[in-house]
Design a protein around this ligand. Structure first.
Ligand code: ATP
Length: 751
């Protein structure tokens, strides 16, 4: 890459368009004081994107624009255009010639153009950094600024050296990676907050889903147990019904016969002993006794029924106790409270909605369970039944006393009749026997009737339970197919089923009932809402977790990149310092005719930049830790010199000339190690005596082998090394004018 030309228009004292061409390795600009030479050096800074007005001796953009004079009106804008030969593609653009232009308007607005197209300042900076033309401007040494490299702080000096070594491009990359890492850390924190907010809701839903799954398992279990229970019940009912029909057959027939016989005997007695008091009494007692017995049987059956109903009611109220214990109500209240507290803390509408939705589900579920409390259906009947029961028991008791009376009277009568040996009493004796036998049969039949009624109640229960079971399963229950097995897994025969103690089946029913209550507790309702909510919430959680993993990955990559860049920078820096030291010492010895000079890296404390706070796990960052850790030790660069024949060691002890020599040695060393495409030296040689001017001239020529040099000078020796000489003059009009001069002319112009 080679500088071709620079063109100034309206820039400072260059009111008119002025072009300098750089056809030689060394170009010298000469002219009297105040003619505008330094303005040319500053025009370079300007076009290369300098942002510091101070370094261009201005306060605002306007100061850079031709301000007018009596002879020439002020300009509206200043522009500088720099043209490079880019045939070697040192600038990463596919053009043989690259032009860079910057314009500043009186409004203060700046424009940058690359080959005529408007670009951002950043684009210019990046492009130039590739070609070792860094922002610190180490390649433009302004007037009086030669010892800037000596006065700079340790860290500023390090930055100048990094720039000179061409490390700026890496620094740019590292800064960008650090910015990205910081942003990634922020994103991670945000995602983690979202995830943390989601967690309680997700846990709640997980518990709900677990309950739903349990309820499904329970429902299957209940359905299966219910089917087996119903099968047993149906077998029992069928066999018992048939058994009762059989059992009734014989006593019913005998009873019928006895009824005929008794009727016949009564008729006989009525004919023969019609008016006999004993006979009359016998008939009456028989009638009364029979009525009492029938009533008692009836009551006994009624009591049986009432007791059955009461037992059923007790079972239901027992279920109430089990269904909503106080503990659970409290858990519910606590749950609602904590959800509400979390909800209050939310700001996002969507999250608020999600939370409220969860609360609605929770409340609905609780309502459903409260409404299904069986006590509401059952409790009212209980009192009425108990009252009826005690009335019947009282009546039963009275009937017992009456029966006893009738029995005694009958017995007395029987004995008196038997004592009469009179054959005429045979019929009465026979009637007694028949009555007694009939009594026995009627007791048998009454007990059968009791069992029949029980059976029919059991049949009704069976139908009801069948209905319930079907409702629970959501389909008709197939109670016929299941094979009933005992504990050892063997099939049980119908006869054995019917033979089983009813208590066992009753216990089975109770267990089943408990399972059903449990099932009602966990809820058999429609769970799609909860399942949908769970699916969505866990998907969102999954998404956030993936996002977090991705962010973590990119943070990892960025950290690796930063580490790699840091390592590269470190290596190149150490290597560069070594090389600069070699040159520095050489140039120093040359300038001072001996002695030694060296750069040294030293550690300095500095505030840590914020990127490094993004630790591996951003969530674990605690603010309190920041204070102490924000101090970072950074490496700066110090200069150690030793003059020949003098015991001077500190830079501050040097004379003005010695300072100039030292800085020139260092600047030239830096340029020698990593030559910039061009180097502008504005009166860097001002303080040199004749002998040193010659050495300076030699060094300039050495540097010119690798970099184009533009030297602004009053020094004859320096001028003599230039291939092209420009003279700058300024007339009464205050406008700088440029002319190409020969060496001899130059000496005259420079005066
Ligand atoms: P020396 O040899 O003394 O260093 P020089 O040749 O480097 O001098 P400069 O410092 O480049 O001179 O030029 C300064 C001149 O430029 C001054 O006369 C100043 O008035 C003029 N100048 C600076 N800015 C403007 C401006 N915006 N409009 C007009 N003239 C300006």
């Amino acid at each position: 890459m080679r500088l071709k030309s620079i063109e100034l228009a309206g820039f400072k004292s260059f009111a008119k368009k002025t072009q300098l061409e750089f056809g030689s390795a060394i170009t010298s600009v000469v002219g009297p004081n105040g003619s505008g030479k330094s303005n040319i050096a500053e025009s370079f800074r300007f076009v290369l994107g300098e942002q510091s007005m101070k370094s261009m001796r201005g306060k605002r953009g306007e100061d850079l624009i031709w301000n007018g004079s009596a002879a020439s009106p002020r300009a509206g804008r200043a522009s500088v255009k720099l043209v490079f030969d880019n045939s070697d593609r040192a600038l990463n653009l596919d053009f043989d010639e690259v032009s860079l232009e910057r314009v500043v308007h009186r409004s203060g607005i700046n424009e940058y153009m690359l080959n005529g197209s408007v670009v951002r300042l950043r684009d210019i900076a990046e492009l130039l950094s590739q070609a070792n033309i860094g922002a610190s401007g180490h390649h433009i040494i302004s007037q009086g600024e030669a010892d800037r490299v000596l006065t700079a702080t340790l860290i500023e000096r390090r930055e100048m050296i990094e720039d000179a070594l061409g490390l700026t491009a890496y620094l740019y990359k590292r800064e960008e990676a650090e910015r990205k890492l910081e942003k990634t850390g922020e994103n991670m924190r945000e995602v983690e907050v979202s995830r943390r907010e989601l967690t309680p809701h997700l846990k709640f839903l997980q518990a709900q889903v677990k309950k739903i799954e349990e309820s499904h398992a329970l429902r299957d279990d209940v359905a299966q147990k219910y089917a087996e229970y119903l099968k047993r019940e149906s077998v029992y009912l069928r066999i018992t019904a048939a058994l009762l029909v059989d059992e009734r057959d014989e006593p019913a027939r005998l009873h019928q016969e006895l009824e005929h016989k008794i009727k016949h005997l009564r008729d006989e007695l009525a004919k023969t002993h019609g008016k006999d008091a004993g006979t009359q009494e016998l008939m009456r007692l028989e009638e009364e006794g029979r009525n009492l017995r029938m009533r008692r049987d009836e009551i006994s059956r009624e009591l049986g029924r009432i007791e059955g109903e009461l037992r059923a009611l007790e079972r239901l109220s027992g279920a109430v106790e089990e269904s909503i214990p106080a503990e659970e109500a409290r858990t519910f209240a606590e749950r609602v409270l904590s959800e509400l507290e979390q909800t209050l803390a939310l700001s996002e509408i969507e999250r608020l909605k999600t939370k409220l939705n969860a609360l609605v589900i929770l409340a609905k579920e609780f309502m459903r369970r409260i409404q299904s409390r069986p006590e509401d259906r059952a409790e009212n009947n209980k009192g009425a039944l108990a009252a009826k029961k005690s009335a019947l028991e009282k009546e039963m008791h009275e009937l017992g006393a009456q029966e006893e009376r009738v029995r005694k009277a009958t017995e007395a009568l029987r004995r008196s009749i038997e004592s009469e040996k009179d054959a005429s009493r045979d019929a009465e004796r026979e009637l007694f026997a028949a009555m007694s036998r009939r009594s026995e049969l009627e007791a048998v039949l009454a007990s059968l009737k009791g069992r029949e009624e029980l059976l029919s109640r059991e049949e009704e229960n069976f139908k009801r339970e069948l209905g319930e079971a079907s409702a629970l399963a959501g389909a008709a229950i197939d109670y016929d197919s299941p094979v009933v097995r005992n504990n050892s897994g063997e099939a049980v025969s119908d006869a054995d089923i019917a033979d089983e103690d009813r208590q066992v089946q009753e216990e089975r029913r109770r267990k089943l009932q408990r399972l059903i209550i449990k099932l009602e507790e966990v809820g058999t309702g429609n769970h799609t809402e909860v399942l949908k909510e769970f699916k969505e919430t866990s998907e969102r959680d999954q998404f956030l977790s993936c996002e977090l993993a991705d962010l973590n990955d990119s943070a990892e990559q960025l950290r690796a990149l930063i580490a790699e860049l840091t390592k590269t920078l470190e290596l190149r820096f150490v290597d560069g310092i070594g090389k600069i030291n070699g040159e520095f010492d050489k140039f120093f010895k040359l300038m001072f005719g001996g002695g030694s000079a060296m750069l040294q890296t030293v550690k300095e404390k500095k505030l840590r930049s914020s990127y490094s706070k993004v630790s591996a796990d951003a969530a674990e960052l605690k603010d309190e830790e920041a204070d102490e850790e924000d101090i970072e030790v950074e490496e700066g660069v110090d200069i150690t010199i030793s003059l020949p024949h003098k015991r001077v060691k500190g830079l501050h002890m040097l004379s003005g000339g010695e300072r100039a020599l030292t800085s020139i040695a260092l600047i030239f060393a830096m340029s020698q190690v990593n030559p910039p495409p061009f180097l502008i030296l504005d009166e860097t040689d001002a303080a040199l005596d004749e002998a040193n001017s010659r050495r300076y001239g030699d060094m300039v020529e050495t540097l010119a082998q690798h970099s184009q040099l533009i030297v602004i000078t009053h020094n004859r020796e320096t001028m003599s090394r230039a291939g092209i000489l420009y003279g700058v003059t300024m007339g009464q009009d205050g406008v700088s004018k440029l002319l190409s001069v020969k060496f001899d002319e130059a000496l005259a112009v420079a005066k």
